[in-house]
Design a protein around this ligand. Sequence first.
Ligand SMILES: [Zn+2]
Length: 711
Amino acid sequence: MKLATLCAGWCLLIGGPAAMSADQPTAEPHRIPGFTASSSDHERSLEARLVDLLDPASTARHFRLLTEEPHPAGSDENLKLARYVRDQFAAFGLEDVKMLRYDVLLPWPRKVAVSMVEPIEWTASLAEDGYPVDKDSYAVGASLTYLGMSASGDVTADVVYAHSGNPEDYDWLEAQGIAVRGKIAVVRYSNPYSYRGFKAWEAERRGVAALIIYSDPMDDGYRKGEVFPYGPWGPKSHIQRGAITYDFIVPGDPLTPGWASVEGAKRIAPEAARSVPRIPAVPMSWRDAKPVLERLGGPVAPPDWQGALPMTYRVGPGPAKLHVEIDMDDEVRPIWVVEGRIRGSEKPEETVILGNHRDAWVYGAVDPSSGTATLLEAARVLGALAKSGERPQRTLVLANWDAEEWHLTGSTEWGEQHAAELGQGAVAYLNVDSSTSGPNFSVDAVASLNPTILEVARDVIDPNSRRSLLDAWTKATSAKGDGSPIDNNIGSGSDHTVFLNFLGVPVVEMTFDGPYGVYHSQYDDLYWMEHFGDPGYRYMTAMVEVWGRLGLRLANADVIPYDFRPYATTVQSFVDSLREIPRLEEELDLTAVTAVVDEWRSEAEVLHQKTERALALEEMVPAALFSELNTALVQVERQLLLAEGIPGRPWFKHILYAPRYTYAAMSLPGVREAAEAGDWKLARSQLEALLGRLRAVTAATREAAALVPAP
Ligand SMILES: [Zn+2]
């Protein structure tokens, strides 16, 4: 997953607040949005039974098993866990349980070594220390320390410290007359956060010969608070692993971009794959980075480049000279997606999908085993309800992805394989990657689902305050200065990507986060979780409840509760934010796009009023009407897909959303990227494309409303 925990300071970079007023739940207390009064009553009693079935001890059992061994994608341990998930799904009564195999590019390292050759001889440990209180902290040896999709290489060169490895950092170095071409760049992980693959991309573009990415204690170590094993932050030897795949260009198996890597699939040559980095890169602890940084001369680094190590950071180049040697095996390996269903009683072809990945860099307690344990517990309680005769109206699909950590692989291949069926019937995709690293609820979602999410949160009890989760959540987020607790600006970095950006399915992405400095290190383990993240498994269990209720509401609603009013308001805020781009208002006329968004909001209001009235009338409305209406509603979000995709990234088809290369959210990507680059001709044609899609979504909303008879 992307690292969300350090959000407090920088999450405004990723997404702005959405309008609050239209997000507020509007249905009268006895009726859930999308439900008639009688089906509301039934839904509430069903959810009460779900709550009765919840058992933190059961979540804990799954969690402990999942975190026993390191289980990276492609390993025997992860295959063993796939079989465990499959067998549990079957035992819980899920139907059509299967394991789907995809063969994908997943190179493992044969050798990773970093040593200093000048001014002293020294070898980096590239290892994390054990602590007597935590037996798991001795169990490395699972694999070498490496970054997924690093190129092989053997480089000896002077070192330059390039801060966070962002474009402006290299620009500053250049302005000082410091060339990075052919050098080894050492960069920090955060400050501000960006995806490590973007650091590799930028370094490759600048001609850097090899890249070292280290964890400065400023960002996730002692400067934040107590370190492991005494606290949740990263100790001196902790290493953040991860992949550097350029999956912001195209995610999934790099050798099958846009189609599924099933048996017999056409594969392109690795040299032709746009998402494969060409630069050798290694992750490091600050313990290993310190002797290198201490041996840099040259100018003093700017104040915001200074980290928390007790030294003055200088940028070099040299005199430290390193030898970096990486040898990757370039193998294609099998990965395994596990899926199971609870077939819908009334509308089996309409699906609500709950998904989480299973593969971890090491033990993956937070990322992703907290989510996998949550998924298994959700399977147990939903399966138990179905067994007792309470089958949902629509089909619930539970999916356990693989190799998310590499290129969002399993979900992308699965989505590409089932594109036709998902295009027809997928109502929503609900992602839980890291379920729990603390008590702070956090949701990214498409705004049409805001009211339903808020209603669910209102009905869940927050484990700490014992008040409603909505209260705790709203309070925590408004304390941070955000307007709405839901972030409707959606980036990438997890398995929701294929559903939103490739398939046009509304998505929700949820987590409970908190202080977490051991992301992708071996210390993200059972000990960490039971001492810091979620002692007592209360928040994982709360997530089962949120996920289960949300899944059931979307599966059981008489009318799928998409509310396009907050969606239109959100899109207007996206349009308004374009005005911040220099010269945009001189070059582009936003009048027409604003007018069509207004029109969409009006149509959404009509749809809402008519639907609410029909639901309130209950007995007088034939079921066939709701069925036809739902079929039409499912197609509304699909209207936002652009067949040819956004410029330069045809896989990303959603007109409203694409990730920046940093994984940060970017709204209206076609117009925005062109405008930011000053390419006004392209920006104008993208604005036309945006208008076209917004007209289509408005028409689809109007046609849905026309299906509901006027009073
Ligand atoms: Zn993850």
